[in-house]
Design a protein around this ligand. Structure first.
Ligand SMILES: [Zn+2]
Length: 616
C-alpha cells in the first residue's frame, strides 16, 4: 500500500452527498412522448445557459453544444436566459431562476451536491443538479446514457453518429452510489476523464472548472509525517511504540494512549488543515507496517476491546473531537488495515471520523462475501454497524506484477454492490498507478467508474461494451474469451493482490490458449479503421507474454511433457524483443509507452535484460 500520493494545489470545496442510492423515478408516460434534439442533421432545439451558471456549468453548456454538434452534424445555438425568457424547444442547463420557473415541481434547491435531474416537459429538456457537480453530471450522464457518448480513456472516446437524435420523455432524478468514488488507475487519473465518468478522487485534482473533487490532506500512513521521529524521537521516545520493552520508531507506530502525544497530534492536524483550507478529510493513519505499542496503557485498551483498533480509534476519536470546533466540516480518516482491521468491542467512531477498511488479505478471485473471505466480511459487517462513514480501500491489481493476467474482472461489480449493501460511503479502488500498459487497466478504470456511479448496472454487459468499444467489435469479443479463459482457469485459486504460489491460470495450457486468442485479436484489429485499436490490442497482449518470459523454463517443460505446440517465438530472446517493441510504444502517443512493471518500480529494460542475451 505504499502509494505515492501527491497533494496538489487546492480547488473547490465539495459538499457531501447524503444517502447513497441511485434513484430512478422512471419514465413518465404522460404528455409528450419524446424530445427532438436534431432531425436530418439540423438542430431542433437551442441550449439555454442561465446567468447564475458557475464556471463549471458554463463549460458543461459549451461541451454539450460541441458534443451534440459532432453527434448530429447540426449547429446548436447557446442562448442566455436573460429576463427569464426561454424559447420553446430548448435544453435548459442548470438550476437557475429560469429552470425553477419552468419546472416548479422539481425541488431544484434541495438537490444534493452531486445529485442530478433530467426532465422533459412542454417541449423543453432540463439538465440540472446541485452544486458543485450535479449540473455537470446531468450533462455528462445525459451525453452517455441518452446520446451514446463513451469516454473510455482520456485518449479514446466514442461519439455516435446520429443525424436524427431524440430522447424519450425523461423524468430522472439520481445520485451516485457513493460519496467518494476513486478508481485509482493510471488510466483514470486525468481530471477531465474523471469528471466525464463521475469519479471524484483527489489524485490530480479536478479543477473548479470541471466541478472540483474530494480533497484529502495527507492520504495514507501519516503517523510519521505528523510526528517525524528524526525530529521528536530523541526528546520524546515515549511518543513512539514500546516493542519488547523498548521504545522504537523502527517498523513501529505511535504510543496512542500518551496524553501529551495526543495533544501534540491535535496541534499538528490543525496546522495541516490550516495549510489546506479546501480539504474535507484529513488522514490520521497508521504506518504501513505492524508494530503497535505494547505499553500497559495501550495494551489495556486493546485487550479490553479485543483488537488494536481499540487504541487506534480512541486516539482518532480524541483528535476528531478536539478539531471539530475549528473544522466542523472536516472528517478525520483512519484505517482498519492489517492489525487494526478487526473492529473494537465498545468504542465507536465519532460522526466526524471515517474508517477506511482495507481488503489487502482477501481472495480477489472470488467476491468478498465468498466463504474464503469470511473473516473480512465479518469485519465489514461489524464496522458497518458502528461506523456512520465507512469507506473501503480495495485492491484491484497484482502489485507484484502489474503486467500479468489477474482474473478479478468478474467480481468488481459484485463487490461494489456488497459495499453498498453494507452502507459503505466511499470506495478507493487501488489499481496499478505507475504508468500505461498495466493489465486490463483501461477496462477496470472505466468499468469501476461506471459501477461506482451506479452499482446496479450489469457489470458483465459493461465489460463487453468496453471491450468492443476500446478494442473493436471482433477483437473485443476475442478478448472477452480471454477473460473467461483466465477466470475459469483460476478457479479454486486464492488470488492475492501480491501473486500467490502456483497460479493454475499461468500453467502452460491456459496460457498457450490465451496467447492464441491474443494473436487472433491482433489479426482482427488489423481490419479496424482506427489504427489505435491495434495498438491497444498489442498492449493488452503484453501480460500473457510477460508470463511466458517470466516462467519460460517451466512452461517449456510442460509443453514438452504434453507434446503440445509452442505458440510463442522459439527463443526467449525473440519473445523479449517482441515485448520490448510493444513497450517502446508509438512516437507522439504517451499512453502507448510502457515502462514500469510493478509497484516497486521495476523497469521494462531491467526485466528484459537477462532474456536479451544471445542464446537465451
Ligand atoms: Zn503505548
Amino acid at each position: 500500500m505504499k502509494l505515492r500520493f501527491e497533494q496538489q494545489e487546492s480547488v473547490a470545496r465539495a459538499g457531501w452527498v447524503g444517502f447513497a442510492w441511485v434513484i430512478f423515478l422512471g419514465l413518465s408516460l404522460s404528455a409528450r412522448s419524446e424530445f427532438s434534439i436534431a432531425k436530418g442533421g439540423r438542430a431542433n432545439c437551442v441550449i439555454v445557459r442561465q446567468p447564475e451558471a458557475t464556471l463549471a456549468e458554463s463549460n458543461a453548456v459549451r461541451e454539450l453544444a460541441e458534443r451534440l454538434e459532432k453527434i448530429t452534424g447540426a449547429t446548436f445555438a447557446i442562448r442566455e436566459a436573460e429576463g427569464g425568457e426561454v424559447p420553446e424547444n430548448a435544453i435548459i442547463v442548470g438550476s437557475g431562476a429560469a429552470a425553477r420557473a419552468l419546472f416548479p415541481e422539481v425541488a431544484l434547491e434541495k438537490l444534493g451536491s452531486e445529485e442530478l435531474v433530467m426532465k422533459v416537459k412542454g417541449g423543453r429538456l432540463l439538465l440540472a443538479g446541485g452544486r458543485p457537480r450535479g449540473t455537470l453530471y446531468a450533462v455528462y450522464r445525459f451525453l452517455q446514457d441518452q446520446c451514446g457518448v463513451r469516454w473510455w480513456t482520456p485518449q479514446a472516446t466514442t461519439l455516435p453518429n446520429r443525424r436524427n437524435l431524440r430522447v424519450p420523455d425523461l423524468d430522472i432524478r439520481s445520485r451516485p452510489a457513493f460519496e467518494y468514488r476513486d478508481p485509482y488507475w493510471f488510466a483514470g487519473f486525468d481530471p477531465q476523464w474523471k469528471a466525464h465518468n463521475g469519479a471524484n478522487g483527489p489524485t490530480r485534482l479536478i479543477p473548479e472548472t470541471l466541478g472540483g473533487c474530494i480533497q484529502y490532506k495527507g492520504f495514507c500512513h501519516t503517523f510519521y509525517p505528523l510526528v517525524p521521529p528524526e525530529k521528536y524521537f530523541a526528546t520524546h521516545p515515549e511518543w513512539y511504540s514500546l516493542i519488547k520493552g523498548k521504545r522504537t520508531h523502527d517498523n513501529a507506530q505511535l504510543c496512542l494512549s500518551n496524553p501529551e502525544l495526543r495533544d501534540f497530534v491535535v496541534q499538528r492536524v490543525k496546522e495541516w488543515l490550516r495549510e489546506a483550507p479546501d480539504a474535507q478529510i484529513i488522514s490520521v493513519t497508521q504506518n504501513d507496517c505492524h508494530g503497535a505499542c505494547e505499553c500497559p496503557q495501550c495494551r489495556a485498551i486493546d485487550e479490553a476491546e479485543g483488537s488494536p483498533s481499540g487504541s487506534m480509534l480512541a486516539f482518532v476519536n480524541y483528535i476528531a473531537e478536539k478539531i471539530e470546533p475549528e473544522f466542523p466540516n472536516v472528517a478525520v480518516d483512519t484505517f482498519a488495515y492489517q492489525y487494526t482491521r478487526h473492529p473494537p468491542k465498545t468504542i465507536h467512531p465519532r460522526p466526524n471520523v471515517i474508517v477506511r477498511l482495507c481488503s489487502i488479505e482477501c481472495n480477489f478471485r472470488e467476491p468478498l462475501d465468498d466463504p474464503s473471505n469470511a473473516a473480512f466480511l465479518a469485519d465489514l459487517t461489524t464496522w458497518s454497524r458502528i461506523c456512520r462513514r465507512l469507506y473501503v480501500w480495495d485492491y484491484v491489481t497484482d502489485f507484484a506484477h502489474y503486467v500479468l493476467p489477474h482474473p478479478n474482472w468478474f467480481v468488481l461489480g459484485q463487490n461494489l454492490r456488497l459495499f453498498q449493501t453494507y452502507n459503505v460511503k466511499g470506495v478507493f479502488e487501488e489499481g496499478a498507478y505507475a504508468g500505461p500498459g498495466e493489465e486490463m487497466a483501461e477496462l477496470r478504470a472505466w468499468v469501476l467508474a461506471q459501477l461506482l456511479w451506479n452499482t446496479q448496472q450489469d457489470d458483465r454487459a459493461l465489460i463487453k461494451e468496453f471491450l468492443r468499444g476500446y478494442y473493436g467489435k471482433r477483437s473485443g469479443d476475442i478478448v472477452e474469451r480471454y477473460l473467461e479463459l483466465m477466470h475459469d482457469a483460476s478457479k479454486g485459486f486464492y488470488l492475492h493482490c501480491f501473486l500467490g504460489k502456483d497460479p493454475p491460470h499461468l500453467r502452460f495450457e491456459p496460457l498457450a490458449a490465451a496467447e492464441r486468442l491474443w494473436q487472433q485479436a491482433e489479426q482482427a484489429a488489423h481490419g479496424e479503421a482506427d489504427p489505435d485499436k491495434l495498438i491497444r490490442v498489442r498492449m493488452g497482449h503484453l501480460p500473457v507474454r510477460y508470463a511466458c518470459l517470466s516462467w519460460w523454463g517451466p512452461l517449456r517443460r510442460e509443453c514438452w511433457e504434453q507434446n503440445a505446440s509452442w505458440p510463442w517465438p522459439e527463443t526467449r530472446q525473440a519473445t523479449a524483443e517482441a515485448f520490448r517493441e510493444v513497450c517502446r510504444g508509438v512516437p507522439g502517443k504517451d499512453w502507448t509507452q510502457v515502462r514500469v512493471l510493478n509497484e516497486g518500480g521495476r523497469q521494462v529494460d531491467d526485466f528484459l535484460k537477462p532474456f536479451l542475451l544471445p542464446g537465451r
